[in-house]
Design a protein around this ligand. Structure first.
Ligand SMILES: Nc1ncnc2c1ncn2[C@@H]1O[C@H](COP(=O)(O)OP(=O)(O)OP(=O)(O)O)[C@@H](O)[C@H]1O
Ligand SMILES: [Mg+2]
Length: 304
């Protein structure tokens, strides 16, 4: 990283509301973390540390969610370590996007607890939810740009919506982030004049303008060619580290995941089948995890 910036500010303090926000959940169900790797050679570097040892900024505890008869999350538990990149993997339709939407309070769980920076997300009122979301940058699966606004206005939108900054300052911030994601010069283009990769990077710039301490990326690499996937993954790593952000990245690209993941969660059939450091997941003896993480055709997972 060429220049260093001060770490992103912590989330604004929870506003007083009718709901008491506990600092810790009252009861914690058994975490389904990767077993501590006592029987294996531990690496001398930080990868040998277990996610158990780390400070968590996001906690999901026994989260359940169904849509009618479709049970999507069936007791998901995980702790997302602060200041690291955690990748969420799993077959298509398994609930990865649904899980992210729970973290920002766009979907309520049927049961279970979700804490973000010690705030009890499902219990937050509208005002506190908005305050929470101001501290979270989210890149949706499809980029989710407003089709009627040009690139500049799309990226400026959160600043104009959530801050009282003047247009001069807005321009300065937007241009800084457009340069960061390699889109300087394209600011007048409409979304339909941008390539898929450019739209992703535009969504990325928009996720960054509020200097969030938490970044959620839903398949930032889908639909990109291999070179752009690598470049985007490097950008995610660089920017996450630059802002000292806690990032969750949903990705199917095992090669890319190996490049930037500190921790990996693998969701399958409504449960977090494995959650641990990349090193722990690589060493997993679970045949599904092994098949998925190695993108192998051999294993329990078939086309069905
Ligand atoms: N608001 C909703 N109402 C009803 N069903 C939904 C809703 N949102 C998601 N689902 C269903 O929940 C399941 C999980 O969806 P989700 O989008 O989380 O999958 P995913 O793991 O992100 O898949 P992909 O890798 O293809 O993006 C799917 O069967 C989907 O149709
Ligand atoms: Mg999805």
């Amino acid at each position: 990283m060429s220049r260093s910036a001060p770490p992103a500010p912590p989330l604004p303090p929870a506003m007083p509301g009718p709901v008491a926000v506990p600092t810790q959940p009252a009861s914690r169900p058994q975490l389904q973390m990767a077993p501590r790797a006592t029987h294996i050679d531990r690496r001398p570097d930080s990868q040998s540390e277990s996610t158990w040892d780390k400070d968590a900024v996001i906690e999901l505890l026994d989260v359940h969610k169904a849509f009618g008869a479709l049970r999507v999350l069936d007791g998901v538990t995980c702790r997302i370590p602060r200041g690291e990149i955690t990748v969420l993997m799993g077959p298509s339709g398994t609930g990865k996007s649904v899980l992210l939407r729970h973290i920002v309070g766009l979907l309520p769980p049927d049961a279970g607890d979700i804490f973000v920076d010690q705030r009890d997300v499902p219990k937050l009122n509208e005002r506190d939810l908005l305050a929470l979301r101001r501290g979270i940058g989210m890149l949706f699966q499809d980029g989710a740009l407003f089709s009627s606004m040009n690139l500049f206005d799309n990226v400026a939108f959160p600043l104009r919506q959530h801050t009282s900054k003047g247009e001069g300052e807005v321009r300065e911030i937007v241009m800084e982030h457009l340069v960061e994601v390699g889109l300087a010069g394209a600011e007048k283009r409409m979304p339909n004049e941008l390539s898929g990769g450019m739209r992703k990077r535009a969504g990325f710039a928009r996720a960054l303008v509020m200097e969030p301490s938490i970044l959620l990326f839903d398949e930032p690499d889908s639909g990109l060619d291999p070179v752009r996937t690598t470049l985007l993954c490097d950008l995610i790593r660089e920017i996450s580290k630059k802002y000292n952000a806690t990032s969750i990245v949903v990705s199917h690209d095992v090669g890319a995941v190996r490049r930037f993941a500190d921790n990996i969660g693998i969701l399958y059939k409504g449960k977090m089948r494995q959650f641990g450091t990349q090193h722990e997941v690589e060493l997993s003896q679970d045949e599904f995890v092994h098949q998925f993480f190695n993108a192998s055709s051999e294993g329990p997972l078939g086309m069905d």
